[in-house]
Every structure is written in structure tokens, then in C-alpha cells.
Design a protein around this ligand. Structure first.
Ligand SMILES: NC(=O)c1ccc[n+]([C@@H]2O[C@H](COP(=O)([O-])OP(=O)(O)OC[C@H]3O[C@@H](n4cnc5c(N)ncnc54)[C@H](OP(=O)(O)O)[C@@H]3O)[C@@H](O)[C@H]2O)c1
Length: 244
């Protein structure tokens, strides 16, 4: 349902990992702002549930399933999404623990989902945005890209890489109208281990974790014309954790 105050009417937004947590909240928020949302994830039941939530009260959505650990699935997702105006690279895998406990398969899975998949989605979708002279890409990084957190070397490494790629993609695509930014959340109340989230929450200046909706609002702001002069930036949404 279009209203004059919506910031993304008529835009098409692909949100990866939108079947739960931050991605689901971002899908809702983008739809609320008038975008037609392509809800992505692996679980079709939860994907169709998110689509139903959007279609019932907010606007238009459809679900595309793809396992982003497989490069051919990444390519298929890009093909099935078609021309999009907004890409939110949100899907991600986390692993926390002693460095010596991380096996090679899990290390590879972290980099496959958190780095390779966003890279090849941008490779598939950004050139078309640039040819149209408009587009916005929002990558979901993490505060652990910027702080030394014991047990987060590999996961933090994936998110620091994503922040670095954000800057390079801005340099590559923004001269042709495509803004590329990242949001770096601190702890967020999602499906993740609640005890770890509470421990991290206590280290933030605000003394609490974020709700997924609070991160979704930053994502939607970055995707919208309200952020027209912002590109190449990584916006901290971490309760002040990286400020001190
Ligand atoms: N929660 C936090 O405290 C926090 C803090 C900082 C950054 N982040 C980042 O925020 C993003 C979202 O996190 P979240 O906590 O909202 O996660 P979540 O609730 O666990 O949801 C993860 C989403 O990613 C999808 N996904 C994961 N691996 C995938 C793969 N290989 N192929 C396709 N889809 C995949 C899942 O899809 P299915 O379930 O359908 O398979 C799900 O929709 C992640 O990038 C995470 O690193 C989270």
C-alpha cells in the first residue's frame, strides 16, 4: 500500500537471509517504505511465512530459496532476482570459539557465506545497477570487524573483509550512481546464543543489545534517498561499543 511518505516506492529490493532475524526485520521495513521485496533464505517454510507477513499488511514480496555456500546457487539467485534497485547482503554464518577448535570446513563455510556469496552477488547485480545509473547496496558487517574479540578471529575476519569490499565497491560503482555502504551491528537479539549476546550487551555504552528492527531501520535508511550522499561508509549500530 503506497503512501506519499514512503521512501522506496516502486523499488525492488533483494534481502539475503530474510527468513529470520535482522534480514526478516529489514524485509518488513523495506516493504513498509514501498519496496517490492525479494525474500531470500534456505528454509522455504519460513520464507513463505515472511512473504505472507509482508503481503498481508505491508506490500509486495516473493521468496527465492538458495544456499549461498554454493556459487551456482548464488548465480541462480541473482538470475531469479533479476533487475534489483537495492541489494542487502545480510545472510551470514557466525562461529565463536578458540582458534584451535575451528575446523577447516567451518572456516571455509564462514568465508563462503559471509564473503564469497556477497562478492558474487555484487558482481552479478551491481553492473546492471550502474548501467541504470542508480542503486544501493547495503552489506551487514559487524562490530567484531573493528574490535579484538577473543574467539572471533575468523568471523571477525569475514566481516572486516566485507567492510573492505564495501569501500572498494563504492570506489568502483558510485561514480555511476550506485551507493555501497555497510552497517556494523553490535549484539542483536536474534536466533544467536542469548548468553553470548547478553555478555556482549553489557560491554556496550547503552548496556543492551539491539532489537533486529533497530538494525533494519539503519539498513533501510542507507538504502533510501535520505542517505543520498553516503557511500563507502560503514555505520556502527552497536550501542557505542566501538566508540570507546
Ligand atoms: N545477531 C547478531 O548479534 C549480529 C551481530 C552483528 C552482525 N550480525 C550479522 O547480521 C546478519 C544476520 O544475522 P542474524 O543474527 O539476523 O542471523 P539469523 O537470525 O541466524 O539469520 C541468518 C539468515 O541467513 C540465512 N543464511 C545463513 N547462511 C546461509 C546460506 N549459506 N545460504 C542461504 N542463507 C543463509 C538464514 O537462512 P535460513 O535460516 O533460511 O537457512 C537466515 O535467513 C549476519 O550476517 C550476521 O553475521 C548479527
Amino acid at each position: 500500500m503506497t503512501t506519499t511518505s514512503q521512501s522506496l516506492p516502486g523499488r525492488i529490493a533483494l534481502v539475503t537471509g530474510a527468513t529470520s532475524g535482522i534480514g526478516r526485520a529489514a524485509a518488513h521495513e523495506l516493504a513498509r517504505e514501498g519496496a517490492e521485496v525479494i525474500v531470500h533464505g534456505r528454509d522455504p517454510k519460513r520464507g513463505e511465512q515472511v512473504v505472507a507477513e509482508i503481503v498481508q499488511t505491508l506490500g509486495q514480496a516473493r521468496f527465492v530459496a538458495a544456499d549461498l555456500s554454493d556459487p551456482t546457487e548464488v548465480r541462480r539467485l541473482a538470475d531469479e532476482a533479476g533487475a534489483v534497485d537495492v541489494l542487502v547482503n545480510n545472510a551470514g554464518l557466525s562461529w565463536f570459539g578458540p582458534t584451535a577448535d575451528l575446523d577447516v570446513a567451518t572456516y571455509d563455510a564462514l568465508f563462503d557465506s559471509n564473503v564469497r556469496a556477497p562478492y558474487f552477488l555484487v558482481a552479478a547485480l551491481a553492473p546492471r545497477m550502474a548501467a541504470n545509473g542508480v542503486g544501493s547496496i547495503v552489506n551487514v558487517a559487524s562490530m567484531v570487524a573493528d574490535i579484538g574479540l577473543a574467539g572471533a578471529a575468523a568471523y571477525g575476519g569475514t566481516k572486516a573483509t566485507l567492510a573492505a569490499m564495501t569501500r572498494s565497491w563504492a570506489a568502483e560503482f558510485s561514480p555511476r550512481g550506485v551507493r555501497v555502504n555497510a552497517v556494523a551491528p553490535g549484539p542483536v537479539y536474534t536466533a544467536a546464543d542469548p548468553e553470548r549476546i547478553e555478555t556482549l550487551a553489557a560491554t556496550t555504552l547503552l548496556g543492551r543489545a539491539a532489537q533486529a528492527e533497530e538494525i533494519a531501520q539503519v539498513i533501510t535508511f542507507l538504502a533510501s534517498p535520505a542517505a543520498a550522499h553516503i557511500t563507502g561508509a560503514t555505520i556502527a549500530a552497536d550501542g557505542g561499543r566501538t566508540a570507546v
